[in-house]
Design a protein around this ligand. Structure first.
Ligand code: ATP
Length: 441
């Protein structure tokens, strides 16, 4: 189990502009979080990496961005209207509500007795258009997968793919969780990265194994250590009725071992159900002269926010550097929101600032996630960049300008050299400006 304290991660995330409580100035809105300037960069890096790995770098995948609002019949077909619910109990005394599977016996707040357990549907219901009747009811999507299934025919008609092939989507999902908790782990508005991978029925096992490995490869790419991720084979009684095999990938969060991602073999359940309810056949011809078939589906489902939480807690490190305690985020450079920070040694020397601006502009043209920082002394800037996980700090000093080093210091590089400091070791090296780009990317 991880030793990292959640309180410290939450506080750093807020203080340094990664994640803020939603609607904070109004007292917040339970289960919502806002990603700040660094949070949105981190999130985009993670989503882009996933998209690159699982869509753009492959020949058997394509992407999609479907509407969040869908015809309510799609959620009837998928079983969400009738069955997407959690068991709810209400305390008879204080009226607080809990998820029945998370409490025992009496109310944890006031010791009061519970009423009967009832099913609570987690979809957010809303009304579309100006008339308010049953026909205008729809829902905010509780998962992105639905949008993929309803576009299966469109994609097949446009591209005539052959099996196996997959459709991927990244986007918001909404669930009216009874008890949102554990920071961004369980929220009411979150993001998912999902894939529906269509296969011939006899070939699901190979696809399942391929995606199982890919889940681990993605974790490695974002910097989630393999030893913190555990596969849980979900037993027959706990699996959704349509799933023939499910693996939960669990991560050692500071609050316990909990689901990070899921991987499920969903048979032809979804395509068959949408086909039946919509009346539109969702089949495809795979081989020349063959009869149309309904493909089966393997679905890897990744939560963006849970990835971010696993990345943050894995990266959070406390150590001692130069005899002082420090806190830093050991992000790998692929996800780091800022790849390098550029400093003029002194803020009040125009020639240093001008040269530093030049280096900064040169880097920024190639690597947009570069930051300018001239606030406070160099030591403070290093600590600030450490705390946000910047792998490199680059300082422009008098030697860069070609001026002689100060008395007692030896010139190690000379004109057009800068110092580059490594976040993890704190060590500095002198390199020429022309070398910087290859160091930073
Ligand atoms: P849990 O059992 O934790 O509620 P689940 O099994 O309902 O999760 P899925 O329906 O399989 O989750 O959703 C796929 C992924 O979406 C999860 O693995 C997780 O990463 C993410 N996810 C689901 N619910 C939430 C939530 N409320 N907040 C943040 N991420 C979520």
């Amino acid at each position: 189990m991880s030793e990292v304290s959640m309180d410290k991660v939450v506080s750093l995330a807020k203080r340094r502009g990664f994640i803020y409580p939603g609607s904070e100035i109004y007292g917040g809105l339970s289960g919502t979080w806002d990603y700040g300037p660094l949070g949105v960069e981190l999130k985009n890096n993670i989503k882009n990496l996933w998209w690159r790995m699982f869509v753009q770098d492959r020949d058997d995948m394509c992407g999609l961005d479907a509407a969040i609002l869908m015809n309510a019949r799609a959620w009837q077909a998928s079983g969400h209207v009738s069955g997407f619910s959690d068991p709810l109990v209400e305390c008879k005394k204080c009226k607080r509500r809990f998820r029945a599977d998370q409490v025992e016996g009496k109310c944890p707040e006031c010791d009061g007795p519970f009423g009967d357990v009832r099913q609570f549907n987690m979809m957010f219901k809303t009304q579309i258009g100006a008339t308010e009747d049953e026909s205008s009811v729809t829902y905010l999507r509780p998962e992105t997968a639905g949008g993929i299934f309803v576009n299966f025919k469109n994609v097949v008609d446009s591209f005539h793919p052959k099996l196996p092939f997959g459709i991927a989507q990244i986007g918001k999902a909404f669930r009216n969780e009874i008890a949102p908790r554990d920071f961004i782990f369980r929220s009411r508005e979150f993001e998912q990265m999902e894939i529906e991978y269509f296969v011939r029925p006899s070939e699901w096992e190979g696809a399942f194994e391929m995606w199982r490995k890919n889940v681990h490869a993605f974790n490695e790419a974002v910097g989630i250590p393999a030893q913190s991720v555990h596969e849980l084979e979900v037993g027959d009684t706990d699996r959704a009725h349509y799933s023939k095999r499910t693996i939960d990938f669990e991560f050692d969060f500071p609050f316990g071992r909990k689901e990070l991602y899921g991987l499920a073999y969903r048979t032809d359940f979804d395509l068959a159900a949408h086909s039946e309810v919509s009346g539109v056949p969702l089949k495809m011809v795979d081989g020349e002269g063959e009869e149309p078939i309904t493909p089966h589906v393997v679905e890897p489902s990744f939560g963006v926010d849970r990835t971010i939480l696993a990345v943050l807690t894995s990266a959070y490190t406390e150590d001692e550097l130069g005899g002082e305690a420090r806190t830093y985020l050991k992000f790998n450079s692929a996800v780091a929101p800022i790849k390098a920070a550029v400093f003029p040694l002194l803020k009040n020397k125009p020639e240093l600032v001008a040269k530093a601006r030049e280096v900064y502009a040169m880097l920024k043209k190639q690597v947009p996630q570069v930051m300018w920082d001239d606030n406070g002394n160099i030591g403070k800037r290093y600590r600030r960049q450490d705390e946000i996980g910047t792998p490199y700090c680059i300082t422009i000093d008098f030697e860069t300008l070609g001026e002689l080093p100060a008395k007692g210091e030896s010139a190690s590089g000379g004109k057009d050299t800068v110092t580059i400091r490594d976040r993890d070791t704190g060590e500095q090296e002198r390199v020429s400006v022309s070398e910087l780009l290859s160091r930073v990317v």
